[in-house]
Design a binder for this molecule. Structure first.
Ligand SMILES: [Zn+2]
Length: 137
């Protein structure tokens, strides 16, 4: 089945080993940003380079989402984490794992998940993080 990103220009679909976030790097100060920007959030320069994020990162912090704006019979709690992708880039996303399998400092790699509310047969996907086996502290 072909995949379609939930938002065009947010991440790649065909990176080796999984998706990559499409980020920007400021040529003046080196600041990274996601989503990619046209002007640097750190120094306001407009000389930015488009690039792809690393494939792996480290969980900085995480929580469990247990409710989404009121009761939904089909809702299942899920983990959301802030992940350091290196060089000062911290990104928030779903972790495709149960809460008892997630910890601060854990290595994760990028993957795909169907956004909440999407039929599992849908081709719409978003990025997520997946624990890297055997590397949990
Ligand atoms: Zn800058």
């Amino acid at each position: 089945m072909s995949r379609r990103p939930i938002v065009e220009g947010l991440f790649t679909l065909d990176g080796a080993g999984g998706p990559r976030l499409l980020i920007s790097k400021c040529r003046a100060c080196g600041a990274l940003a996601f989503p990619a920007r046209k002007r640097c959030h750190a120094c306001t320069a407009d000389d930015l380079e488009a690039m792809e994020s690393p494939a792996e990162g480290t969980i900085y912090s995480w929580t469990v989402v247990r409710e989404l704006g009121g009761p939904r019979p089909d809702f299942q709690p899920y983990v959301v984490a802030q992940v350091d992708l290196g060089t000062g880039l911290r990104v928030q996303g779903v972790v495709d794992a149960s809460p008892d399998a997630v910890s601060i400092g854990q290595r994760v790699r990028m993957g795909f998940v169907h956004p909440f509310g999407q039929d599992l047969d849908s081709d719409v996907v978003t990025y997520c993080f997946v624990p890297v086996e055997g590397r949990t502290p």
